[in-house]
Design a binder for this molecule. Structure first.
Ligand SMILES: NC(=O)c1ccc[n+]([C@@H]2O[C@H](COP(=O)([O-])OP(=O)(O)OC[C@H]3O[C@@H](n4cnc5c(N)ncnc54)[C@H](OP(=O)(O)O)[C@@H]3O)[C@@H](O)[C@H]2O)c1
Length: 248
């Protein structure tokens, strides 16, 4: 048998929230694996900077502005991708926000709507639209969170949104499976990004690390290999799965 490979040569990969953090790491990881990458987020200048890094690796990059909570912008993102790059092989629904309400009672209608829009409503629309341009072998990867399985009070809306994303993953896998399109989620534990490190005091980070079997918080780069795996032939029979990546 031919051994499966993580090579993504000439695949067209759309990554949302790719201007920084995990999305940027994944966009660069897919480019290193040979893919052409659509770098999408709200801040187009930041997307353009990541696109330059991808071009320096010798791959095509298409920076596009998109607020994933706005379905018109989702439509425009997919249309521009297909117009420029011809098709879509992989969609990574990575963009996410996790605002912290002080209590259940202080969750505002606005905070609820925004959190659901970015973490759940956008991924649903993008999954539906991207799948229309995928052939058998297409892969959709949703970036979920351990909070969806072990919710804490201050994560209430975020946890509910990511739990919805888990359910979306399974339902979309069931609907798109007959067309050979796989849908999976990476249920991430905590990992370092500039946003995380600036918002989380060092002592709290140490406490969090003490509760992890590997006794450390991941780097964003350590999530990338799992995304490359899910996008590859090595995962050709894996669909509807919630892969927990949390250091044990
Ligand atoms: N960091 C962790 O410990 C952790 C743990 C579990 C799960 N996660 C999940 O992992 C994913 C990435 O997190 P991260 O820590 O890398 O986040 P981050 O560093 O805060 O980056 C978030 C990215 O999402 C983009 N974004 C935010 N709102 C958006 C919107 N409405 N439309 C389009 N793009 C938007 C941001 O770019 P713009 O500002 O340019 O839009 C940015 O590129 C998220 O889904 C998060 O929930 C993170």
């Amino acid at each position: 048998m031919t051994l499966p490979s993580f090579n993504a040569t000439d695949k067209v990969v759309v990554v949302t929230g790719a201007s920084k953090g995990l999305g940027r790491a994944m966009a660069l990881g897919f480019a290193e694996a040979g893919a052409d990458v659509v770098v999408a987020s709200r801040k187009i200048e930041a997307c353009e900077r990541v696109a330059e890094e991808i071009r320096a690796l010798g791959r095509r990059a298409l920076p596009l502005r998109c607020h994933v909570g706005d379905w018109n912008e989702c439509d425009a993102l997919i249309a521009a991708t297909v117009a420029e790059l011809g098709r879509i092989d992989v969609l990574v629904n990575n963009a996410g926000i996790a605002p912290v309400p002080p209590s259940l009672l202080e969750v505002t209608s606005d905070l609820f709507d925004k959190t659901i829009a970015v973490n759940l409503k956008g991924p649903l629309r993008l999954t539906a639209l991207a799948a229309e341009h995928m052939t058998a072998g297409g892969s959709i990867i949703n970036i979920s969170s351990k909070a969806s399985l072990h919710a804490l009070p201050f994560t209430v809306v975020y946890a509910a949104a990511k739990a919805g994303l888990n359910a979306l993953t399974k339902a979309a896998a069931a609907e798109l499976g007959p067309r050979g399109i796989r849908v999976n989620a990476i249920v991430c534990g905590t990992f370092h990004t500039d946003s995380f490190d600036s918002g989380m005091p060092t002592e709290m980070q140490a406490q969090m690390a003490a509760g992890i079997a590997l006794r450390r918080i991941a780097s964003a780069d350590e999530i990338v290999g799992t995304a490359l795996y899910l996008a590859s032939d090595a995962a050709s029979y894996l669909s509807g799965e919630l892969l927990v990546l949390d250091g044990g």
